[in-house]
Ligand binder design. Sequence first.
Ligand code: NAD
Length: 451
Amino acid sequence: MSNVTSTLSMQKAYFATGATKDISFRKQALTNVRKAIQKNEKKIIDALHHDLNKSEAEAFSTEIGILYSEIDFILKHIDEWAKKKKVKTAVTHVGSSSYIYPQPYGVALIISPWNYPFQLAIAPLIGAIAAGNCAVIKPSELTPETSATVKQLISETFDEDYITVIEGAVETNQALLAENFDYIFFTGSVPVGKIVMEAAAKHLTPVTLELGGKSPAIVDKDANLELAAKRIAWGKFTNAGQTCVAPDYLYVHSDIKASFLSALKQEVQTMYGEHPIENKDFVKIVNEKHFDRLSPFLSNGDTKSGGKLDRQLLKIEPTLLTNISWNDPVMEGEIFGPILPILEYQDIEEVITGIQNHPNPLAFYFFSENDHLAEKMIEELSFGGGCINDTLYHLASPYLPFGGVGNSGMGAYHGKDSFLTFSHQESVLKQTTKFDIPIRYPHVKNALKLM
Ligand code: NAD
C-alpha cells in the first residue's frame, strides 16, 4: 500500500469514530493551530524570506495575521453555525418539522500554491477543521522551506490520522488525486484546476477551485487619483505582483491618463525607492522559470517606469507599460509578476466589451466617485469579487465569500463560507405519527378517481 493510500485509509478510519465532529474537539483543534502558528512565527517568517524574500512586515500581514483573524472569527461563531437549524415546513407537509444538519464530508484534500504558501495551506484547513473533517495538505514544492515548515508545524500539533501534510511535486499530486477523498480544495492555476476537476470527477468528489485570471483595475476620469494611485501601486506590487487578486492590467480614462500615471509612478517610488531591485524588502520572483516567462513582457509597449531586472537576484522592478493593446503578449494570460500594462479608454463601453471578451476575472477594481457608473459596472460584468476604490481588501473581510466564477474558479471560502464549503447541508424531515393524510397512497388516489 502506498504512503498516500495508507494515510487516507487511516484518516477515514479516524473520521468514522466521530471524534472530529465534536464541537469542543473542533474548537480545541483551531486553538491548537493558532498556538502552533504563534509558537513558530519566527520560523514561518524566515521560511517565507528564504523562499520569496518576503519582509517580516509583509509576511506577518499577508500570511500570518490574516489566519489569526480567521481563527478568532470562526471560534466566535462556530457554535451557532454547527447547530442543527429548524427551518419552515410547507403546508403540504403538515404535522412534520424540518431541519438542516451541517455535516462534515470526511477527509479533505487541500492542495496549495507557492505565492502565499503558508496562508493558502492553512486558511482552507481552518474551514476543514471547523466543519469537522480530517485533512491532508499538499503544499507547493516551489517554496520548499515553507512547505517543510507547514509539515513540521502540523506534525507537532496533530496526529496524522487526523491532519497531516504530504510534501511533493506533480507525481505526489497525481497519486493524491487518484484516491477517493471526500472533498478537494484546490488553489492554483487554471490548467491544473482542470486536471484536479477531471480527477475528482472519477470519484464524484466535490471540489472548490480557487484559480486565477486577468483581473482589471479601471481608473475613471472623476476618480480620486491620488488614492487610486496609492491603492493600485500597493495592490499590484505587494508580493511583486504574485498575488491571485493583484490588478493584472489597468484601464485609464484618456482625460486623466497623464496626471494619473505620474501619480502612480510617484507612489511606486515612495513605496519601493528609486532602485527597487536593491530594496531588501522587495519580493523576488519565485524561480528562474517564472523570471524567464516574465522578462520578455518588458519589451511590450513603452516603459513608463521601471523595466530593470536582475536574474541572479530573481528581481524585476515594478514596471509600468504604456501603449499597450489586447494584441500584446503581456495581455494574453495572467501576468503574475510586477509588470503593469496600461490601456487607455474614452468610452466606458470599450472597457466593458474588452473585459467581456475575455474569461471572467477573479477580481475587479473600479476607481470612481460616480456611484451610478460603479453599479453599472458591477451589474454588467461577471467576476469573482472586487472593490470600488480599492484593491485586494475584499479578500481580507470574513463577511465576504472569496472565490472565482467561470474560469477564475468555483466555490468560495473565508468566514462562514469556509465552514459551509467543508460542510454538507443534510436536510431532514421529521414526520408525525399522530395522524396520516392518506391522499398520497395509490389505492386512495384511485378510489378518489372513481368517485
Ligand atoms: P499551480 O497550479 O502550478 O500549482 C498548484 C498546486 O498544484 C501545487 O501544489 C502543485 O504541486 C500542483 N501541481 C502543479 N502541476 C500539477 C499537475 N500537472 N498535476 C497535478 N498537480 C499539479 O499554481 P501555482 O503556480 O503554484 O500558483 C499560481 C496560480 O495560482 C496563479 O494562477 C494564481 O492566480 C493562482 N492562485 C489563486 C488563488 C486564489 O485564491 N484564487 C490564490 C493564489 C494563487
